[in-house]
Design a protein around this ligand. Structure first.
Ligand code: 6PG
Length: 471
């Protein structure tokens, strides 16, 4: 490297909103020479203020920014997913040279990433899709990072990512995921699992509140206790805290002042869409997506409650049985997400290493949980494991929790408590553990009305029967 080059920055961030700024500050804390670019001067001032101890500087002029970087240049994009990514790339392209690396760290759809990889490859540019999880805190102090793209190019940035990622022991929560858009694909599935676990926790809240009549403070205690044991997870930890939070306007519990209409940015829906595309069922995630949508039909729900009458949701179960149901369903949510990754890896030739993915989800990300250690161990033992339910350790946990799960779910159904994610999770388990499903009838029906043929259990080939002969 020439003397002039060594004075240049190792990495540049494009987009200095909270996520971009925090990640850049994290990199500077770890001793890397980094800089940032944003069209908005206010964002640059914020970076310069917060990064005073590292004398961080930012640019609002793209040409000077690009000129300030060592080659090959490494650029991280933290801008809103969608067309903005394309317009930033268009602006950058004439200023870049062969071998430069662009890393899109937003929640982009993996098919957009595929397209961008292919387009930029023609100019010798490496395009990475990198999912980052952990929110603003994660970006600042250690996220979980899922980079996918050209493996050789990854080596240029590896030391930076290893340094800034969250750590579990000494293991950084980042690994090379695979080629093409695999990084964004894995992040999307992470979010699908995130949706499922959030929905399951919300359903537990409904059961504790409406089925067992618990107050917010009592619910806080349940979640806090659960979080001290086998269920320990980031999502349970923050959920417990929500139940104690007071509203500054009314002095009531803030949770009670919040509308029961859940919003979303779309990554959960994408996970469901892809699962249909790949014909790989993930019903718990699907229910989580659908139930956020159902929650938005507030007026309809209110009028239908009037029409059908308010239900007496009271049930008799123990909190330990409810804990079993949650543990069982949480395991299934992870299992479905991992199963989707197995299928996608085959379909898109990602060569995903599931043990590595479980390993980097143990810290920094939103779905981090004690149970991820079990998942990691299961794939460490057998990295060709088709489904987590096939692991003997996981089987033992499922067998232990099944009685409490069945009791909880049937009690809720009998009392009219809406628990779509719990119910579909249990019935998914009952179906996937059934050697002979009633699907032979569907084949017979299709052949009856449409001559679509069927396969026999005792002979190879396809067959058609003259069903009308019956009548
Ligand atoms: C993360 C999160 C994050 C996501 C939000 C909001 O891993 O840090 O998954 O990337 O954007 O959780 O997602 P929704 O608006 O879809 O709920």
């Amino acid at each position: 490297m020439s003397n002039n080059e060594s004075k240049k920055y190792k990495l540049g961030m494009i987009g200095l909103g909270t996520m971009g700024r925090n990640l850049l500050l994290n990199m500077a804390d770890k001793g890397f020479s980094v800089t940032g670019y944003d069209k908005d001067r206010k964002m640059i001032s914020k970076l310069e203020d917060e990064g005073q101890k590292h004398s961080l500087e930012g640019f609002d002029d793209i040409e000077s920014f690009i000129g300030s970087l060592q080659t090959p240049r490494t650029l991280i994009l933290l801008v809103p997913a969608g067309p903005i990514v394309d317009s930033v790339i268009a602006e950058l392209k004439p200023l870049l040279s062969e071998g430069d690396i662009i890393i899109d760290s937003g929640n982009s759809h993996f098919t957009d990433t595929n397209r961008r990889v292919e387009e930029l490859e023609k100019d010798g540019l490496h395009f990475f899709g990198m999912g980052i999880s952990g929110g603003e805190e994660g970006a600042r102090f250690g996220p979980s990072m899922m980079p996918g793209g050209d493996k050789k190019a990854y080596n240029v940035v590896k030391e930076v990512f290893d340094a800034v990622a969250a750590k579990v022991g000494s293991d950084p929560c980042v690994t090379y995921i695979g080629p093409g858009a695999s990084g964004h694909f894995v992040k999307m599935v992470h979010n699908g699992i995130e949706y499922a676990i959030m929905e399951l926790i919300a359903e537990v809240y409904g059961v504790l509140k409406n089925g067992l009549g618990y107050s917010n403070e009592e619910i806080y205690k349940v979640f806090k206790k659960w979080n001290e044991g086998r269920l320990q997870s980031f999502l349970l930890e923050i959920t417990a805290e929500i139940f104690l939070f007071k509203d500054t306007v009314t002095q009531n519990d803030l949770l009670d002042q919040i509308k029961d209409e859940a919003r979303s940015k779309g990554t959960g829906k994408w996970t469901s869409e892809v699962s249909m595309e790949l014909q790989l069922p993930i019903p718990t995630i699907n229910e989580a997506v659908s139930n956020r949508d159902l929650s938005k039909f507030k007026k309809l729900r209110v009028s239908l409650e009037e029409a059908f009458g308010k239900k007496d949701n009271k049930i008799e179960i123990t909190v330990d049985e409810l804990e079993d149901a949650f543990y069982f369903s949480m395991i299934s949510a992870y299992a479905q997400g991992m199963h989707l990754l197995v299928q996608a890896s085959k379909e898109y030739q990602y060569d995903l290493q599931l043990q590595e993915i479980a390993k980097i989800w143990r810290g920094g990300c939103i779905i981090r949980a004690k149970f991820l250690e079990d998942i990691y161990q299961a794939y460490e033992k057998d990295n060709a494991l088709e489904h987590l339910f096939g692991d003997s350790g996981i089987q033992n946990i499922i067998k232990d929790t099944l009685t409490g799960t069945r009791k909880t779910i049937s009690a809720c159904i009998n009392a009219g408590i809406g628990i779509p994610a719990f119910a579909s999770t249990l019935t998914y388990f009952d179906t996937i553990t059934t050697a002979r499903m009633p699907s032979n009838l569907i084949q017979a029906q299709r052949d009856f009305f449409g001559a679509h043929t069927f396969e026999r259990i005792d002979q190879e080939g396809v067959f058609h029967a003259d069903w009308n002969k019956l009548s």
